[in-house]
Design a protein around this ligand. Sequence first.
Ligand code: PEP
Ligand code: MN
Length: 354
Amino acid sequence: MSNIFKSSYKPFLVAGPCSIENQRQLQAIVDALLDDGRISMVRGGVWKPRTHPGGFEGLGETALQWISELKQERPLLRFCCEVAHPHHVELCLRYGIDAIWIGARTTGDPFSMGELCMALRGCQIPVMVKNPTTPDIQLWIGAIERVMATGNSDIAAIHRGFFTSNNLGYRNNPSWEIPMELKRIMPDLPLLCDPSHIGGHRELIPQLMQTAMDLHFDGLMVEVHTQPEAALTDARQQLSPSMFFAAVDHLILRSADDIQNTNLTLLRQQIDTIDRQILENLKARTDVSRRIAQIKQENNMTVFQPKRWETVLEKDLALARELGLDDRFVKELFEKIHAESVRVQEEALNGDKH
Ligand code: PEP
Ligand code: MN
C-alpha cells in the first residue's frame, strides 16, 4: 500500500518551528526550509498544550489562515499541524492543511483519541501519531489502531521519547527499545523520530538524528526556528536552519539490508552462543533463588533483604566498572534480575500470584 511517509526523499524530513508565532516568523522559516528542496513537510504548532496556564497557547485559526495564504504562493509547500480536538481537525481540513499529528498527551487518552477519530472518519488527511508521554507501547498501538479504523492509509508513528523516573539527561528518555518493538509488531508502519522533544537541548539533536537513522527510522520531525533563542515555546531545543541543514548534511545513511560476510556470520554465531550461556546462567540463578526461598521460610526471614541487595548491587557495579561495562545498563539489568528473584521466591513461598 502506498504511504506518503515512505514516498519521497529518505529520510522523510519534517521541519519547522514548535509554534507559529507571527506571520513574519512563519514566512521566514518556510523560505529558509523550502529553498533547500529536501524538506517533505513543514511543521508548525497552532494549538499548544502547555503544562502551566498563562503561557503562549498558539494562534489557532489565524495561523491556519496564514498557512493557507502561503500555500497559494508556494504550491510546493506541504504543511502539518498538531490536533487535539475534533474542532481542530475540522479547521485543518477547512484550511487545506496537508497532514496532522496527534501529540503525546492526546495519544495517551483513549477518550480524546475516540473523539478525534470520529472527526477523522473517512478523511484521507495523513496522520502522524506520537507516542504517549509514558512508556506504554500498548497505548501507542491502541491510538494507531483507532486511526487505522477510520479507513485512513497514510499513517505514521512518531517517537518523541518518554517521561520516565530517570530521563538520562534527556528531556524525554529515548527508550529506543520501545519504537524498535513497534517496528517489529508493525513493520509496514512508517516510523519517524522527533529528536527535539527527546533531546530538549539543541546540542543533543544532531546525534539523536543520526541514532534514529542507524535504527532504521523512516524519517525525522525536527523543530527549526529562524531565531531559536527567542522562540516562544521550546526555545532550548529548536535548531536554526543552518544548524539543521548541517546536521542533515552530516547524516550517514547506512543500508538496512543484510549482507553475506564471513566475519559477520562468525561473530553472530558467537552472540548466539553467549545468549544461550546468559539464559542458562539465569536458569541456574533462578534455581538457587528457589533454594534460598526455602531456607528463608524455615528461618522466618522476609524475602526481600535490603542490606543484602545493597551489597550485591555495589559488588556487581564495581565489577561492571572494572570490566568497562556501562554503569546504568548494569544497574538496570540487575534491578530486573533481582526483581525476578524476589518474584520467584514469593512464588516458592506463596504460590504463583501474578
Ligand atoms: C510538539 O511537537 O510541539 C509537541 C507538543 O510535541 P509532544 O506532543 O511530543 O510533546
Ligand atoms: Mn515543541
